[in-house]
Design a protein around this ligand. Sequence first.
Ligand SMILES: [Zn+2]
Length: 199
Amino acid sequence: MSTRIADLDAGGAPLLGEPLPVELANTRYAVRGVPHEGLAEPEHLAAWLRDIAPRLSAPPSDAALLAVDARDLAAALDLRECVAALLHAAMTDTAPAADTVARLNTYTRAAPHWRELTWPTATTHTRAEPIAAVLAELADATIDLVTGPDRAELRPCHGPGCVLHFVKNNPRREWCSAGCGNRARVARHYQRTKNPPRM
Ligand SMILES: [Zn+2]
């Protein structure tokens, strides 16, 4: 079983070490300007959850990941839509639709959780289904993000053809990734010299 978990196809969605809500929004990405869906199949969601599991306070078990189904995927995509709309609202300093806020809140409400001390660390518990619990954690992290200090540092990447977002965690950071920075430099060079860019 553990082999199958390791073999799950991640669908190509990039993980950049951003806050988890940004990572979720970034599962809709682009390659050279062509949109790609990183969560096209339940397997992709399972692989993505596997890959972010070390960052979750209540990571799903391998069995829960292998049981991810179309309903879980639909919920994750619905949450992603809410998150993307909230990130957009935060970046443009506009109010999101009331429905978006209400939908986000249904995800946190669906999985009340509590912590227990398991000396010398703590363990988070919930009675919710494992994937519902993860979506609740992602929704909760979204609330932290759009109400906390990182909100002001949310940025869309302006790399050529890129649709990702990132938190500008240092004043000199301009791109979601080094790859986008390189493509942007190549594109600028092309504009100066009219030599065809090799991206
Ligand atoms: Zn980028």
